[in-house]
Structures are given as structure tokens and as C-alpha cells.
Design a protein around this ligand. Structure first.
Ligand SMILES: NC(=O)c1ccc[n+]([C@@H]2O[C@H](COP(=O)([O-])OP(=O)(O)OC[C@H]3O[C@@H](n4cnc5c(N)ncnc54)[C@H](OP(=O)(O)O)[C@@H]3O)[C@@H](O)[C@H]2O)c1
Length: 325
């Protein structure tokens, strides 16, 4: 028996239960991982509330963790019991002491990366990898706008952008968060709770505006983000922290300057073992070189997952949060 968090109906944090579960033996192509640290992500909240439907109920929760391989199913060649590993995709259920998942979603951790760092960095770091290196491959000297710059993804993005010589303008919800984003390498910040974002971007860029906006806030920032773009700029809408963007009239892209828009996800980029491995190596490279340092600013025991989610949803966290089984 092992403990896990599950939910039998969608709703608030109160639907999360800390229960005994029997994860079972890994089937062919699967591994069982004994989690040492589990990553907390906004997507977990979307599944709990039902914004993203879980495949069935009751359901486990969470997709990101790090630990030690504890059993290996038939036909798994790249992993063996005792390996230190991490993962960021796969079936819901990472909020658990033991998690069974497809082996091809699991990567061996370099010795220099500890479990908490890995659990805090896999999903958020791989997301930053595809955003900055693939969706729009940022260039040295370029100025970009990145929303929620003091959050989990944002904190990694600030540092990675600095390492690439990119001027990242980060939006934040308070003066403390602005300080944090600057210390992580943001070139400038805008407090979007009290400043006019598009006007500030105009000032900061001498009227040029930006070629790309990375927007995970969603509903509240959608239109403002479009206003910050240069002609033919790219709007990367990759999250729903304030709610989903809905009911868009596509003509707005014409009105605001022949803009492009994309709605990407990690699963759409790390969709083959080769692509996943390559993205992990890129991420591990910036972590091991110290160019990106993951700030685990909050730790909660696994059974307090509901409290952790409340803190994330109510904008009380900075950097990354991990759950400890
Ligand atoms: N598409 C993908 O592949 C992918 C992968 C990973 C994450 N994501 C998305 O990236 C975003 C960041 O994820 P994260 O786990 O690192 O979370 P996070 O950024 O640490 O937390 C969300 C932040 O969004 C800001 N925010 C603005 N309006 C908000 C509102 N109404 N309610 C709550 N927060 C609000 C808050 O920062 P301020 O107080 O500074 O405003 C808050 O701290 C999420 O939207 C997530 O879904 C997408």
C-alpha cells in the first residue's frame, strides 16, 4: 500500500483526498517510480476543477515528479531499479508515494540535479525550453514580453532569457514579485495590476513593441497582449491562470496588425522520445551550468496538496512549489 491524492468529483481543494492505494506492478513498457518530490503545477488545478477533463473518476492528480525507479516492466531497456529519474508527462497520478507510468516519459537524472530541483523544473523548464527555443526561437538582443514572470514558469524563463541575451519584460502582480523577477534576470517589469501594460511596453521599446508575447494568464491579458505586439507578431497563449480565453473573433488578429497566434502545450512538443530527450538535455544543460537556478520557494507535505493548490491559485506563491511524499 502507498499513499496518494485522488479526487472523485471536480471542485475546490476540498475534493482532494489523501488515501491508501495499490499502484500495482508496472506492465510492459512501464516503470514504477518511488517519488522523492512532486511538482505542483497550475494544470493540476485545471484537472481538479474540471476545466481539463480527467480521463475518469476517481482519478489521481499531477504529472511531474522525481525519485528512484522501484520496478520495471517488460521491454524497458533504458531504465533499471535504483536509477534516479524524473518525468513531466504521462497519466495523472504523480501526487503519490509510488507512481506507475510509461517508461518513455521518464528520463535519467544527471547526478548534479537533486530531486526537488528536478520535480520543480521538469514541466516548467521543458515548457520554457519549447517556448523560448522552439515556438519562437528568441534571438540575442530581442525584447520579449512574458507574463507572470515571478511564477514557476516565469522564474525559469527570466533566467533562461538572460542567459540567451534576451531582454525580457516581465509582468508581475506586486512590487515584491517585480524584485524577484529582476533578480532572476528580467530586463524590466510591469505591474499589470496597476499599470497600463501596452503603454509601458511602448515606452520600454521606444515605440517598437515586441515580436512575441508569452501569455499564461489567459482571459485577463488576452487583448492587452495583442496590443503589445509588432505587426505580424506572435501571440503565444499557453495557459489559463485567470481563466480560459474564449469566444475570440479571429478578425481581431487582422485589426491589430496581421498577428499570429498559437496555443501550444508540452505534449505537442515533447511528442516523441527523441524530442523529449533532446529537450531534457537542453534543460539539464542550463541547470547544470548554473544559468538557471530553480527556486523552490514553497514545500508542502503531500497530504497538504489542497493547501498548496490554494496558495498557487490565489497568487501567494513565487517560483516553484513541491509536494513531499
Ligand atoms: N501549455 C503548456 O505547455 C504549459 C505548461 C506549463 C505551464 N503552463 C501554464 O503556465 C502558467 C504558469 O504555471 P505555473 O504552474 O508556473 O504557475 P505560476 O506562474 O507560478 O502561478 C500563476 C501566476 O499567474 C499570475 N496570475 C495572474 N492572474 C491570475 C489569476 N487570476 N489567478 C491566479 N494567478 C494569476 C500570478 O502571478 P502574479 O501575482 O504575478 O500576477 C500567479 O502567481 C499556468 O497558466 C500554466 O497553466 C502551460
Amino acid at each position: 500500500m502507498a499513499k496518494r491524492i485522488q479526487f472523485s468529483r471536480t471542485g475546490g481543494p476540498e475534493v482532494l483526498e489523501y488515501v491508501d492505494s495499490e499502484p500495482g506492478e508496472p506492465a510492459a513498457g512501464e516503470v514504477r517510480v518511488k517519488n522523492h518530490a512532486v511538482g505542483l503545477n497550475f494544470i493540476d488545478i485545471y484537472f481538479r476543477t474540471g476545466l481539463y477533463p480527467a480521463p475518469g473518476l476517481p482519478s489521481g492528480l499531477g504529472t511531474e515528479g522525481a525519485g528512484v525507479v522501484d520496478a520495471v516492466g517488460e521491454g524497458v531497456a533504458h531504465l533499471k531499479p535504483g536509477d534516479r529519474v524524473a518525468y513531466a508527462q504521462g497519466p495523472l497520478g504523480a501526487y503519490a508515494e509510488l507512481h506507475v507510468l510509461p517508461a518513455d516519459k521518464v528520463v535519467v537524472l544527471p547526478d548534479g540535479i537533486d530531486f526537488e530541483t528536478a520535480a520543480a523544473a521538469m514541466l516548467k523548464g521543458l515548457t520554457t525550453q519549447y517556448l523560448l527555443r522552439q515556438t519562437h526561437r528568441v534571438e540575442q538582443g530581442e525584447t520579449i514580453l512574458f507574463h507572470a514572470a515571478a511564477g514557476g514558469v516565469g522564474s525559469i524563463a527570466c533566467q533562461w532569457a538572460r542567459a540567451l541575451g534576451v531582454k525580457l519584460i516581465g509582468t508581475v502582480g506586486s512590487a515584491e514579485k517585480a524584485e524577484l523577477a529582476i533578480s532572476n534576470g528580467a530586463w524590466a517589469t510591469i505591474d499589470y495590476t496597476r499599470e497600463n501594460v501596452a503603454e509601458r511596453v511602448r515606452e520600454l521599446t521606444d515605440g517598437a513593441m515586441v515580436p512575441v508575447v508569452y501569455d499564461s494568464v489567459g482571459k485577463d491579458t488576452w487583448e492587452t497582449s495583442l496590443d503589445c505586439l509588432q505587426k505580424r507578431g506572435l501571440m503565444v497563449s499557453f495557459g489559463n491562470s485567470s481563466g480560459a480565453v474564449e469566444g475570440v473573433n479571429i478578425g481581431i488578429l487582422n485589426q491589430k496588425g496581421s498577428l499570429f497566434v498559437t496555443r501550444p502545450s508540452l505534449n505537442g512538443y515533447a511528442d516523441t522520445r527523441e524530442r523529449f530527450e533532446a529537450m531534457c538535455q537542453d534543460l539539464f544543460g542550463v541547470l547544470e551550468s548554473g544559468q538557471v537556478k530553480v527556486n523552490v520557494a514553497q514545500r508542502f507535505p503531500l497530504e497538504k496538496a489542497g493547501e498548496a493548490q490554494q496558495a498557487l491559485a490565489s497568487r501567494r506563491t513565487t517560483g516553484s512549489t513541491v509536494l513531499l511524499p
